[in-house]
Design a protein around this ligand. Structure first.
Ligand code: ZN
Length: 284
């Protein structure tokens, strides 16, 4: 198993119900929109307090979500324009990768998704009635029509296509920073398996048929609530034909001469690195 940023830390035990015994402190993940509260100056640290009101915050959407080692973990948010307390600052989650301890960084991704889900489900999506939280599981229920809303996870596939002996297919989305190329990716549609999604995305985005589809690994991706599921495949037939609505350019790259790749925070980079290393080992 490949351990990836944002996957659950080994020393974490998830839970919905907070401990019944009173706590002296807890680890708090306090968000202002998508920014996390951390200490200012030096290595960023999360607040370990009984409650963020100790720092002068009025918080909402409080979610207890388990225990990291001995520390109980809470997520919550504050209003969009609330300033940080003295000695604290708001930081984008991505910028904290490798700055926060890995386990805390991973749980910050989970905390952001829980807070965002709670923010977005205060009213029933079917009838508009205010919802209430269930105590036995993480869900919000409509008292009028009974609709239950669980935290939403949107599966997306990632596909790295190889062409023997020494090429991989990389593409550019118009959203990428200049020069960066990555594997193909797309969201799973209702009524298709992950493998079918992968074949469809490759055909739609670059016009190729693939074979030997193999699972690689998966990664929770909290921007805003994806689960990335990565696959490898071999080119079977077709010439690259780019769908200009989704892709700016796509081409075969020699594994010894690659363009700028995504940062190691994402599964796309792990996927590319692993495939390239295996192909180079075959060539040598
Ligand atoms: Zn309803």
């Amino acid at each position: 198993m490949i351990e990836l940023p944002f996957s659950a830390p080994a020393e974490f035990i998830g839970a919905v119900r907070p401990p019944s015994a009173p706590l002296s402190s807890a680890l708090w993940f306090v968000f202002r929109e998508n920014d996390l509260l951390v200490s200012a100056g030096g290595a960023p640290q999360l607040p370990v307090v009984l409650h963020p009101d100790a720092l002068g915050f009025e918080v909402a959407h409080v979610q207890y979500f388990g225990r990291l080692g001995a520390e109980h973990c809470y997520a919550c948010d504050v209003g969009a324009s609330v300033p940080a307390a003295s000695g604290w600052t708001w930081r984008g989650l991505r910028s904290l990768y490798t700055r926060l301890p890995d386990a805390q960084f991973a749980l910050a991704g989970r905390a952001l998704q829980l807070v965002d889900w709670d923010r977005s489900n205060g009213f029933c999506g079917r009838c508009g009635t205010p919802t209430s939280a269930r105590t036995t599981e993480r869900a919000r229920e409509c008292p009028a029509c009974g609709l239950v809303a669980y935290p939403r996870i949107a599966p997306a596939i990632m596909a790295l296509v190889r062409r023997a002996p020494d090429e991989i297919l990389l593409a550019r989305s118009p959203r990428f920073p200049p020069g960066m190329h990555s594997a193909l990716a797309g969201f799973v549609e209702p009524g298709e398996s992950l493998e079918q999604c992968m074949q469809r995305e490759v055909l739609e985005e670059v016009g190729l048929e693939v074979e030997n589809v193999r699972y690689f690994a998966s990664q929770p991706w909290p921007f805003p609530h994806s689960l990335m599921v990565a696959f490898t495949a071999d080119w079977k037939s077709g010439e690259i034909r780019v769908d200009p609505l989704e892709i700016e350019s796509a081409q075969w790259f020699n594994v010894r001469s690659l363009p700028q790749l995504p940062q190691p925070i994402s599964i796309s980079r792990r996927l590319i690195d692993a495939v390239v290393a295996a192909m180079i080992a075959q060539l040598d």
